[in-house]
Design a protein around this ligand. Structure first.
Ligand code: NAD
Length: 282
């Protein structure tokens, strides 16, 4: 059965590196500070925000959760992002989703100073990524590549099939993989013959948000499968987009939880200390 590509070891080393940098910044008088703007009462979203705050605290990063409430207006969210972008004591700004109805995350994230855009949510950051200019990548997309690198999965020339075309995961992951010389196919909800596409992957990245979408019939023997999905499980836990039976055919598979998730959080912390270091120099 498939080798398990855990994210725990990589996440721990990324967190340790972030802590070292954070402690140095704090000693020099600039404690790195991350602000997470929240306008939802969605349980799994709030759970995720708490896990970021806990990880930040352990890495010596101050984390402010700016909770505007589920009935916040677009104007209020915009004002909060503008205020944080202008605040010299804040180095990273994240806009948590979901947002109240009528609010566009991409539009609002355009308000985040790109220098503080540690989750690559500003459309300007995505544009720079596509143009292969320096920018913060969305942490989840970067985590996919970081996890593959950590487990020494080669990318140049190989066919990577990405399932999901969201601008926060699928599309930026495709750009990062192209920059690493992979041959990239992007599939989505309107793709005809999804199993036919995914069976042609050397590396399969699944970010659809549909529990059990990818079954054994979608995967050729030996494929490396990265499961980005995080779906609520019946038992209150978390399940991915990849059915358990896939471990019988895949060559390697990332676990959920314990795969992409912890690497994502650790990269957010790394981005925050990098932003703080850069901002204090300018
Ligand atoms: P999204 O809903 O914005 O996008 C889902 C994408 O999947 C869409 O592009 C859609 O076309 C595609 N899709 C949906 N159903 C499909 C189907 N039946 N066949 C083929 N494609 C289909 O979601 P997102 O924000 O990109 O997140 C994707 C998943 O990743 C979610 O489960 C989310 O919870 C998870 N996620 C995990 C992390 C992490 O750190 N592990 C971070 C962010 C998101």
């Amino acid at each position: 059965s498939a080798i398990s590509l855990s994210g725990k070891e990589l996440a721990a080393s990324l967190r340790a590196r972030a802590k070292e940098a954070a402690d140095a910044l704090t000693a020099a008088g600039t404690p790195p500070r991350l602000a997470v703007v929240v306008a939802t009462d969605d349980g799994s979203s709030l759970w995720y925000v708490r896990s970021i705050a806990k990880a930040a605290a352990k890495s010596g990063i101050v984390c402010d959760v700016v909770d505007l409430g589920a009935d916040a207006t677009v104007a209020e969210i915009r004002r909060a992002l503008e205020t944080l972008s202008a605040d010299d004591t804040v180095h990273g700004v994240i806009l948590q989703t979901p947002l109240p109805e009528g609010a566009s995350a991409a539009d609002l994230a355009g308000t985040i100073d790109p220098a503080k855009d540690v989750d690559g949510a500003n459309p300007a950051s995505l544009g720079r990524l596509a143009a292969r200019l320096p920018a913060f990548a969305p942490a989840t997309a970067e985590a996919v590549v970081a996890l593959l690198d950590h487990h020494e999965v080669p990318l140049p020339g190989r066919h990577v099939v990405v399932v999901g075309r969201s601008t926060v995961v699928g599309v930026p992951a495709a750009h990062l993989l192209l920059a690493r010389d992979a041959t990239v196919s992007v599939c989505h909800s309107r793709t005809a013959d999804l199993p036919g596409m995914t069976r042609r992957a050397d590396v399969l990245v699944v970010a659809a948000g549909r529990a059990g979408l990818v079954t054994a019939g979608h995967v050729a023997p030996g494929t490396v499968v990265v499961d980005v999905g995080t779906n609520p499980a019946g038992d209150g836990g978390l399940v991915g987009d990849v059915a358990p039976e896939v471990s019988e055919v895949a060559g390697a598979l990332t676990p959920v939880p314990g795969g992409v998730g912890p690497v994502t959080t650790a990269l957010l912390l790394g981005h925050t200390v990098a932003a703080a270091a850069h901002l204090t120099q300018r």
